[in-house]
Design a protein around this ligand. Structure first.
Ligand code: M6R
Length: 608
């Protein structure tokens, strides 16, 4: 949540900052602002709402200068307003600061500063840092920042400019993402790599607590006590093309269409002559010998992928496996010890609750493995091992391609681990490896074929107030994910339920026009789910049925039929979710919603 950028070089800083903020707008769009240092001192422009408003401000009143910082905000402390927008300034007006994260002890720091006579201009937690650094400043911004950091509790990526030090940006991070971009005669900071790609692919990921000094001539990284630290420059594989819409109306639609490639990439090099190869994770029969149970932690869509992961793990490894919402795990005093394997799942690798859950697991001596999409992000850096999902940059707030690649990764992990433990058979492995290799093509066929049926359905039901999604076993999480997609981007209320639970309450909602999306592909629970569909129809409910191609019985029960290709039931969640993503997308676009930037949300939830 919140995106930060910084620039020191030879170009117009305003252009570089706006380009970076455009790439980071997925992180928050409540307001945006820049601070640029030039011969007249620190110049500020801020605007509430989307970045376009700040662009207009800068068109109307341009600022020239080649050093600056910029911010796009997802509001936590203080409503979206100009006074709460970043950059914030110190009481003496000499320093500008941007922040992503939350300063948890800001109240006590604020009281202390107020008692010393400092006047606050905003309701944010961030402003205390600007004032503290200004009070510590004795001619060296780097030293002042280092002096203040031990006083801050919480999560932060910060960047600061001081009017007495033109040509120098100081940045630091604790539990929030920060990347430094290395150019020729110009250098950059950002919350995420896409913000830098127009200018450089050479990047440094500073460690927790490190402080960076960014000037035109170079980037230097220091330990918290200002000793020089080694900073490895890496070349990112991401390209600007991957971060563009490429002719699609929205990133979400582009990302839905990228799923065949994303799944194929996730499989690349991990299937070896019909066997699953997990060597990159470091998991071996030897290391697995001590594991007695598995706990999977994640949030949102990644949590639903984890629920499928639980079913797969228990089926193929026979290890007791729990799934935890990371925000619950942290405060539930979970039973975790050195015999537990904690798997964290995160597209961004920066979700605050998931990151903290991994820290907790490590502290308890558990083995940690992450399933993550963003190379070099905080969660994989903290985890003992990582299986990257290789979906490519996901920009739309609604997660799509990351989800199907997480499901793919779980099939690899569960069956591969089961093979090492001797609990999964060679036949299972062969069956699923063959099935997995067909999935990219099947998803492509589904995308080509189902769009017409789904669009029709979206047109018909876009004005209803409530939707129900039901599924069983592997596709119960599909129901949850389908409902989340719809509510998140269309703002229609939707609930996901296990089909067997309908009689225990939700059936009372069903009447004439109430639509239920039932997910009933071929598999052990199909018949049971079709019975649930009968019960809904008997009460005049409308049923949109997702079923396997050629299932004539299902076809007879459906008001709307959406067919998916035949596949192993363990793989059916990968295929069944695709029409549900499209249904959410077309419903939202027909309602005129801002699909890629739904209200109140941000892509990366880096605050608790
Ligand atoms: O980056 P993560 O996978 O850790 O993010 C977790 C959730 O915030 C995320 O899946 C969220 O629920 C999406 N907006 C759902 O589409």
């Amino acid at each position: 949540m919140c995106g930060i950028v910084g620039y020191v070089g030879k170009r117009e800083a305003s252009e570089v900052l706006l380009e970076g903020l455009r790439r980071l707008e997925y992180r928050g769009y409540d307001s945006a602002g820049v601070s640029i240092l030039n011969g007249s001192g620190l110049q500020l422009r801020k605007a509430v709402g989307k970045l376009a408003n700040l662009e207009k401000e800068l068109r109307d009143a341009p600022i020239h200068g080649s050093v600056g910082i910029g911010h796009t905000r997802w509001a936590t402390h203080g409503a979206p307003s100009v006074r709460n927008s970043h950059p914030h300034q110190s009481y003496d007006g000499h320093l500008s600061l941007i922040h992503n994260g939350i300063i948890e002890n800001y109240r006590e720091l604020k009281h202390e500063l107020q008692a010393a006579g400092v006047k606050f201009e905003s309701d944010t937690d961030t402003e205390v840092v600007a004032h503290l650094v200004a009070r510590a400043y004795r001619g060296d911004l780097l030293k002042a920042v280092a002096e203040v950091l031990p006083r801050l509790r919480g999560a932060y990526a910060l960047a600061l400019l001081h009017q007495n030090e033109p040509g120098r940006v100081i940045a630091t991070r604790v539990a929030s993402p920060l990347v430094l971009g290395v150019g020729e005669g110009e250098n950059f900071i950002a919350s995420d790599v896409p913000a830098l790609l127009k200018y450089t692919r050479r990047v440094i990921f500073p460690e927790e607590g490190q402080i960076a000094e960014v000037t035109r001539d170079g980037v230097r990284v220091f330990t918290p006590d200002l000793k020089p630290a080694a900073a490895a420059v890496q070349t990112t594989e991401l390209t600007l093309d991957a971060a563009e819409k490429e002719g699609f109306e929205h990133f979400m639609l582009k990302e839905i269409h990228e799923q065949p490639r994303a799944i194929a990439e996730t499989l690349r090099g991990r299937l070896n002559e019909g066997a699953i190869d997990l060597s990159e994770t470091g998991l071996t029969a030897e290391t697995l010998k001590t594991v007695r149970r598995v706990a999977i932690v994640a949030c949102g869509t990644s949590l639903y992928a984890s629920m499928v992961g639980k079913y797969l793990f228990e089926r193929f490894t026979r290890l007791p496996t729990e799934t935890w919402s990371a925000s619950e795990f942290r405060y539930a005093n979970p039973v975790v010890d050195r015999h537990t394997l904690v798997i964290s799942v995160s597209q961004s690798g920066e979700t605050a609750d998931t990151l903290e859950a991994v820290k907790l697991a490590k502290a308890a001596g558990a083995a940690t493995l992450s399933v993550c999409n963003v190379m070099g992000s905080s969660i994989p850096r903290l985890s003992g091992a990582t299986l990257y999902t290789r979906a490519g940059p996901e920009i739309g707030v609604a997660s799509t391609k990351a989800y199907v690649t997480q499901l793919t990764a779980f099939v690899l992990l569960a069956v591969g681990t089961g093979r090492m433990l001797g609990t999964a058979t060679r036949e299972d492995e062969t069956r699923l490896v063959n099935g997995l290799m067909r999935v990219p093509g099947q998803v492509r066929a589904l995308l080509d074929k189902d769009i017409v049926a789904v669009k029709r359905c979206a047109r018909r039901y876009k004005d209803v107030f409530n939707f129900m999604y039901i599924g069983r076993h592997y596709n119960y999480p599909t129901a949850l994910e389908g409902a989340l997609k719809l509510k998140e981007i269309s703002y229609i209320h939707a609930e996901g339920y296990a089909g067997g639970e309908m009689k225990h309450g939700p059936l009372a909602l069903v009447e004439g026009t109430f639509p239920t999306i039932a997910i009933a592909p071929r598999g052990a629970t199909r018949e049971k789910l079709l019975s649930n569909v009968q019960e809904i129809r008997a009460r005049q409910g409308v049923v949109v049925l997702v079923a396997t191609e050629g299932d004539t019985e299902a076809a007879e029960l459906a008001d709307y039929l959406i067919e998916i290709p035949d596949c192993a039931e363990e793989l059916s969640p990968i295929l069944a979710v695709v029409p549900l993503q499209l249904l959410a997308y077309y419903t939202a676009t027909q309602l005129g919603r801002d699909v890629d930037k739904p209200r109140n949300l941000a892509k990366s939830v880096t605050v608790e």
